[in-house]
Design a protein around this ligand. Structure first.
Ligand code: SF4
Length: 381
């Protein structure tokens, strides 16, 4: 193979040695976690600091946090629903410094602020989360870390990313990979968590995979696939930005309002040691993050994979959608999304042919586009 060990960073060498010495097929990387449940959602660290009047949704709700990739896909699903969720979920989240579960509720469970008739949907969401935890635990070993500052929280993400890239390079697969990347063309920071990354067997490129679970054993509709494709293409876009472009360091610290020389908490210093490198400040972790980005193989252009699994029978793959990256299309989708986030246009409703989506929406009672003269009381049938 064309590897050049002399150029390999120390933290990668350590992982390599480990994986050769140990039972590599069963090796798990550590996933450092906090009591805060979601990798995207660290808003409460930021909510209390430097509050100022914001002009746009992006500034108001995603300031110092970055736009989540799931924000893009949710906005594509229905802009009005996204807007309601900002008003009714994130407002509460941003004002609540204690209960992280509240912040998390929109991300995975939704909030019954509308009809209150979405029990089945909630159960399906819960089953989806449980399945993702199961998949995660096949290759990762969660290790609890007590973070003390916003700098710690960012460092935690970056350390998990470094470990994930390491695992990908030496074991060929990683899961739940957090990503923090600058979307150069749009000039915004975006964050997310990639379900799975596999190394292609022949061409040394990485394959990004997103797993969706379905309550019924049916193939997804075109709208659902389209939504999943946008999500995956966003990850690919961010991934390639990290591989190909210099990491904009000053913008990173400015935007996320982080102190580069802030000392890491003890737990995180230990986490860095466990990961094969020493770091005592955020900046030292960022330097390793930059190195890891340059070690990453580009994401495959022709093979992005959306897997749809049955919740009833996890071994049943209902559909595997392999598709090619289409940057032109993605760019126009992100641009429509940003028009909403920058409040350059009113939030749109679902198209007529997509009105079935409303049946799964928590905000029907508030939505002017929803036909309120129907017999809601009989809907439990
Ligand atoms: S009811 Fe339909 S149109 Fe209205 S917010 Fe929900 S999904 Fe969108």
């Amino acid at each position: 193979m064309a590897g050049s060990p002399s150029k390999t960073p120390r933290f990668l060498l350590k992982r390599k040695t480990k994986s050769i010495d140990s039972d590599s097929a069963k090796a798990k990387r550590n996933l450092f976690t906090t009591p805060e449940p979601d990798i995207e959602d660290y808003g409460h660290f930021f909510a209390s600091k430097n509050k100022k009047v914001a002009d746009t949704f992006l500034e108001k709700y995603r300031s110092k946090r970055g736009l989540f990739v799931t924000d893009v896909s949710k906005t594509e699903w229905c802009q009005k629903q996204m807007e309601f969720s900002l008003f009714f979920d994130d407002e509460e989240c941003n004002n609540n410094n204690n209960d992280d579960k509240e912040c998390f509720s929109f991300v995975y469970e939704g909030r019954a602020s509308g009809t209150g008739k979405n029990n089945t949907h909630d159960q399906a969401m819960k089953a989806g989360i449980d399945r993702h935890v199961e998949l995660r635990d096949e290759v990762l070993k969660p290790v609890r870390v007590e973070v003390k500052s916003r700098e710690d929280f960012m460092a935690l993400k970056l350390v998990n990313f470094i470990n994930g890239v390491n695992q990908l390079l030496f074991e060929g697969l990683t899961r739940e990979l957090p990503i923090v990347s600058f979307a150069f063309e749009q000039g915004i920071w975006m964050v997310g968590s990639i379900d799975e990354v596999r190394m292609h067997s022949t061409d040394h490129k990485s394959i990004l995979v997103e797993t969706k679970t379905r309550i019924s054993d049916t193939v997804p509709s075109e709208s659902q696939k389209r939504n999943g494709r946008i999500q995956l293409m966003c990850y690919k876009y961010l991934w390639d930005n990290l591989v190909s472009n210099p990491f904009p360091l000053r913008e990173f610290y400015d935007y996320f309002d982080l102190e580069s020389q802030r000392a890491l908490c003890e737990d995180l210093k230990k986490a860095c040691c466990c990961s094969g490198f020493n770091a005592v400040t955020l900046n030292e972790v960022v330097v390793c993050y930059q190195t890891a980005c340059k070690m990453m193989p580009r994401a495959h252009d022709d093979e992005l994979v959306l897997r749809y699994e049955s919740q009833r029978d996890k071994s049943l793959v209902l559909d595997e959608d392999k598709f090619a990256y289409n940057y032109g299309w993605l760019k126009s989708e992100i641009s429509k999304c940003l028009q909403f986030w920058l409040q350059q246009r009113e939030a749109s409703f679902v198209a007529v042919e997509d009105q079935w989506k409303c049946a799964y929406c928590y905000f029907t009672s508030l939505c002017p586009a929803y036909p309120h003269d129907t017999t809601d009381d009989d809907d439990d049938e």
